[in-house]
Design a protein around this ligand. Structure first.
Ligand SMILES: Cc1ncc(COP(=O)(O)O)c(C=O)c1O
Length: 490
């Protein structure tokens, strides 16, 4: 019972010990130990209602001992969590996080320094500047470039387009968006973060223009035609957004060609490289982002292909001054008592959040532990795994493979004997995924491509092997046989 503050302080002190820490951390170590070898189900398949029921009840009036809480987390959270560390997890673009980064998370929280303000985080703000410099060098940005860590690709893209808005409409910070309203061009398969940002920035969703794709890549000829059409009508173009690693298929737009167009036309190029920008670190895959240095801004999520735990996003900009202009226009540095914006070390002048976690520390630790080469090998391995999925699926005519994997993502569709119509196949594919995931044998995703429901794997776990991939294909075929069988007239 917490009767007076001395009881509370006693609890705080008890929880600060290595013993207490070991109790909590053991949840994570046990999870890794029991999952990474592929034992047990990937997910429990328990219904949302059952899960909700266990959290019912009023806010606790009194405190509970730590051991009871740890036991509850184990029983009520871990038991029904999706086990991303399991090699049969081939689901969303969320990492099975590198353990070094997981342990570092505790240090980040323990220190609790807000990197937005240098005096609050004297070491970690400097570290963020250093890591951003490394990443700018990796993409080929010049001196004067910069950036910030973000909560993810969504925030990075929002911030980038805010900077593009400041460049296109310097008075918009004070007066809002004025006519003629500029437009943003992006691919039809662009992540919703882009169109959402366009709406959030006060341009209106209708100011985002979708350029069609060819083979899941932005059609550059169609983009050129659209730019010419807009120029003729004197409609200003605020930015073109190209994608490095499309969410659905992992494919890469032709950044070099789009970058050349942007340079010729004086248009801000933002690259949504949330998924695919890590290819710059890879000797084997770097060609996929050829021309990336032509961008004015790049979103890059280490919490995707660099296998960091959430959150770890990043925005890089060719000109740090343009990023500062995003948030306070011409004089952000006034608030910091300096006339020279480049001397302001506070990252708060360049980023959306006020209090911000020092996620840079886990990124730095992973770079120290594995180096650029280690990260690249990991990245390439995940891409190779998607190739292996393709090879295994290709052995079975019941599947149609929808694209060659450019990265670690592959979409395919169960087509059986190819006699069912598209609507029926949509329903069959939906049911295959639902049943397969519910079985606990594995976990995959689905998406719509060309209006059709397709199956999708994202190979995020370096512990998945060809044997696991064969188990995936066998598992899907088994489920498909049941689904199709249940549809046959008795
Ligand atoms: C291409 C792309 N852009 C942006 C995002 C959004 O990133 P986040 O979820 O980190 O905000 C994603 C997420 O899957 C993505 O795949």
């Amino acid at each position: 019972m917490m009767e007076d503050v001395a009881d509370v302080i006693a609890a705080l002190e008890a929880d600060a010990t290595a013993d207490a820490a070991a109790q909590v951390i053991s949840l994570a170590t046990t999870y890794f130990e029991t999952t990474r070898r592929g034992e047990g189900p990937v997910s429990s398949g328990r219904s949302p209602n059952e899960i909700t029921a266990r959290f019912d009840g009023p806010m606790p009036e009194d405190g509970t001992d730590l051991a009871t809480i740890v036991a509850r987390i184990e029983r009520d959270i871990l038991a029904d969590a999706n086990r991303l560390a399991h090699p049969m997890y081939m689901g969303h673009q969320v990492s099975f996080p590198l353990s070094t980064a997981v342990w570092t998370d505790a240090v980040i929280s323990a220190l609790n320094q807000s990197v937005a303000v240098e005096e609050m985080s004297p070491t970690l703000t400097q570290l963020e500047h250093r890591v951003i410099r490394w990443m700018c060098d990796a993409v080929g940005f010049p001196a004067g470039s910069g950036g910030t860590l973000t909560s993810g690709g969504t925030e990075a893209t929002f911030t980038a387009l805010l900077a593009a808005r400041a460049a296109a409409l310097p008075d918009s910070w004070m007066h809002g968006v004025t006519e003629p309203r500029p437009v943003v061009l992006c691919g039809e398969h662009t992540h919703y973060a882009v169109t959402r940002a366009v709406a959030e920035l006060g341009l209106g969703m209708r100011s985002s223009i979708a350029i069609p794709s060819v083979n899941y890549r932005m059609d550059v000829a169609a983009l050129e035609r659209e730019v010419a059409r807009l120029r003729e009508r004197q409609i200003p173009i605020m930015a073109i957004v190209a994608t490095a690693g499309h969410t659905a298929t992992g494919s890469f737009d032709d950044i070099d060609a789009i970058g050349a167009l942007c340079e010729a036309e004086g248009i801000w190029l933002h690259i949504d490289g949330a998924h695919g920008a890590t290819a710059v670190l890879s000797d084997r895959h770097r060609h996929r982002v050829r021309g990336i240095e032509r961008a004015r801004s790049i979103a890059w999520d280490p919490h995707k292909m660099m296998l960091l735990p959430l959150p770890a996003g990043m925005l890089l900009v060719r000109s740090e001054r343009e990023l500062q202009a995003a948030f306070a226009q011409r004089a952000p540095y006034l608030f910091h008592g300096s006339d020279d914006a480049t001397r302001v070390r506070d990252q708060g002048v360049r980023s959306f959040q006020c209090s911000r976690r020092a996620d840079v520390l886990k990124l730095w630790v992973v770079l120290q532990r594995l180096g650029r080469r280690g990260i690249a090998l990991l990245h390439d391995h995940l891409c190779d795994l998607a190739m292996q999925v393709r090879e295994e699926l290709a052995q079975h005519s019941e599947f149609e493979i929808l694209h060659a994997p450019d990265s670690n993502i592959l979409c395919f569709r169960y087509v059986g004997d190819r006699r069912a119509d598209d609507e029926t196949l949509d329903a069959i594919n939906r049911e295959i995924r639902e049943r397969y995931n519910k079985s606990g044998a594995g976990w995959i995703t689905a998406t719509l491509l060309g209006g059709r429901r397709v199956l999708r794997v994202t190979m995020m776990n370096p512990r998945s092997t060809r044997a696991h991939i064969r188990a995936l294909v066998g598992g899907l075929l088994g489920v498909a046989a049941d689904v199709v069988g249940a549809r046959q007239p008795a």
